[in-house]
Write a protein that binds this ligand. Structure first.
Ligand code: BEZ
Length: 198
């Protein structure tokens, strides 16, 4: 089941509340940067983990054979690494379209690696935005054992290409950031084994 969140996202934030606008990428936004940005920096968000629990009917799968892409799941003790981009407001027209299958924009605190404490606000983070597909969206697939997730990804492709390439690119981008996300590493490894056995 695919969904379309474009109209909901248009109503979500007043950009007037932001001195500068940062968007945090934890999935394809890390390696597929098809939007203009002013500045970028490795960063993380606290209390979330990355999981291949969202169905992809429009990019890496089809309505009949959905692929799996990442979303964020609450997990109090976890921290999710990624890349933050300083952007202008008009970028969201493109990103809302690109990520329309169930993702909504949320405000979030973005922690920048190496950012010094700002003595005025006493904070080492900046307010920003992130796209999350929650479990109440119609395209949400939810938990499955990692070998089943890998099997589904192995068999899926869509208009943006093979689902497995999404995983390989994400795993490579995370390695380059020095991140060792066990869920991504495990699915990447199983997919490479599946690839060799065909
Ligand atoms: C991201 O890379 O941050 C992202 C992942 C899924 C949907 C939208 C954005």
């Amino acid at each position: 089941m695919s969904v379309n969140t474009i109209n909901q996202n248009k109503l979500r934030q007043s950009f007037n509340d932001f001195d500068e606008i940062w968007v945090f990428g934890y999935g394809s936004l890390i390696y597929k940067v098809d939007f203009p940005f002013i500045e970028k920096a490795p960063a993380s968000i606290k209390g979330w983990q990355r999981r291949f629990w969202q169905g992809s009917h429009d990019h890496r799968g089809t309505p009949k054979q959905p692929g799996r892409v990442v979303t964020l799941i609450h997990s109090a003790l976890d921290e999710c690494s990624g890349m933050a981009y300083k952007v202008t407001q008009d970028v969201f027209e493109h990103l809302d379209y690109r990520e329309k299958n169930g993702y909504l924009r949320y405000e979030i605190d973005i922690y920048f690696k190496g950012l010094k404490h700002d003595n005025i606000k006493n904070a080492d983070y900046k307010k920003g935005l992130v796209y999350i597909a929650h479990e109440d969206n119609a395209a949400f697939l939810g938990y499955a054992p990692e070998h089943e997730i890998a099997q589904q990804i192995h068999c899926s492709s869509g208009p943006s290409g093979q689902n497995r390439d999404y995983v390989f690119q994400l795993a490579e981008a995370l390695r380059a950031l020095g991140d060792n996300d066990e869920h991504v590493v495990c699915i990447d490894r199983i997919l490479k084994q599946l690839n060799q056995s065909v």
